[in-house]
Design a binder for this molecule. Sequence first.
Ligand code: CTP
Length: 400
Amino acid sequence: MDLQGKHIVLGLTGGVACYKAADLARELIKAGATVQAVMTASAQQFVTPLLLQSLTGRPVATTQWDTTQPNAMAHINLSREADAILVAPATADFIARLAQGRCDELLSLLCVARPAERCSLLLAPAMNREMWAHPATQRNAQQVRDDGAVLLGPASGSQACGEIGDGRMLEPEDIRDALIAHFQPKVLQGRRVLITAGPTFEAIDPVRGITNRSSGKMGFAIARAAAEAGAQVILVAGPVHLPTPAGVQRIDVESAQQMHDAVLPLAAQHELFIATAAVADWRPVAQADAKIKKVAGQGTPTFELTENPDVLAAVAALPSAPFCVGFAAETHDIERHAREKLHRKKLQLVVANHGPSTFGRDENQLLLVDAQGTHELPAADKLSLARTLVGEVARRLPTA
Ligand code: CTP
C-alpha cells in the first residue's frame, strides 16, 4: 500500500495507450491511492468515461464547464485535492499544449492551475517514434521539464502502428512504481551508491559449482530504495532471477573474483558502498574445462579450495574508501558477531540478520550495529526495511 492516503488525478489524452490507462488506474488503487480520472475529448475516442468511472468509483471529469460543481471551478477543485497529477498517456499534442501553457480544455487547464509546490505533474508520453523524435516534440518535452513536470519514459519497443522505436508508454506497473518513487523522501539526492547483491557461483566444471541460497532480494530492494531516494545507483549482482529496479545501473557477475574486479575500480568514485552479496568464501583451486564424468570404480572426486578475495574488506581498505556498510548473516550471537565484523573489516555500519530465517523470504528483521550502538529494525517486508535502512544510512553519511 505504497500510495496509501494519496489522491491522484489521472489524466488521459487521446492515444492508443488509453487502454493501458485502465490498468494503471487499477494499479494505483491497489497500491492504496484514490484516483480521479480526467479525460480529454480525444481520449474518449479510445475508451469511455464509463470504464474509468467503473474502475475508480468516481465520475470522470471531462469538461471545465461543469455546473454540478457548486463553484463551477472544476479545474481549481480537482487540482487542490490532488497530491499529484499523472497524465498517462500524454500525447505529443498534449505536451505541446502544456509547453505553451494552453488552458482551452479541462486537463491542460488544471495542470496550469495546480499549486506546483505541493502537487507534482508527471507525464507518461505515448506516441509514434517519429513523433517523439520530432524536434518540436523534443523541444516541448524539454520545455515542460524546465517548467517542473516529470517525464516518465517513454519506453522503447514495438508500437501500435507496427513500427519499433522510442515512444511507447511505460507499462502500468512501471508508471505506478515511478509514482511511488516520486513520493519517497530524497535523502540520498545525487549521492553515488554502489551495492553488491545475490550469491556468487564458483565453477567446478562447466556444469557444476559452489553457490549459496541468497536470493538477492534484500540487495535489490536496497538498490530500489536508494534510487527512489534520489541516488545514482550501480548494482553489481551475482546470478539471480530478479528484474533490475528502475533507474539502477546493473552489472552482472558470476564469481567472487568477478565481483571483486567489477567493484574495486568503481569504489573510490562512490560515497557509499553497501555489500549485501553473500560472496562465497572459497572457490575450487582448479576448474575443469570439461564436465567431470562419473566413472565406475574410480571413486569420488575431491576438490582443493582456495580463499576468495573479500570484496568489502578490500573496498574498506582503500585510501579514499566510501562509507562502508556490511551485512552479516548469523545463526547465533548476532550482535557480538556483527560488532566483531565492524572492527575486523573497518566498516562504518554492519547490518545483521538471522541468515536461515531470511534467505529467499520477502520479510526480514535487521539489527544495525555501529560505533554509536545497536538499533533494531523490526520485522517488515524487505522493501519497507530497505527504505528504513536507506534513511538510517543517509543520517550517518557524511555530508557531501
Ligand atoms: N563479503 C565480501 N566479500 C567476501 C565475503 C564477504 O564482500 N569474500 C561481504 C558480504 O557482502 C557482507 C560481509 O562481507 O557484507 C559478510 O562478511 P563475512 O565475513 O563473509 O560474514 P559471513 O558470511 O556472515 O561469514 P562468517 O560467519 O564467516 O563471519
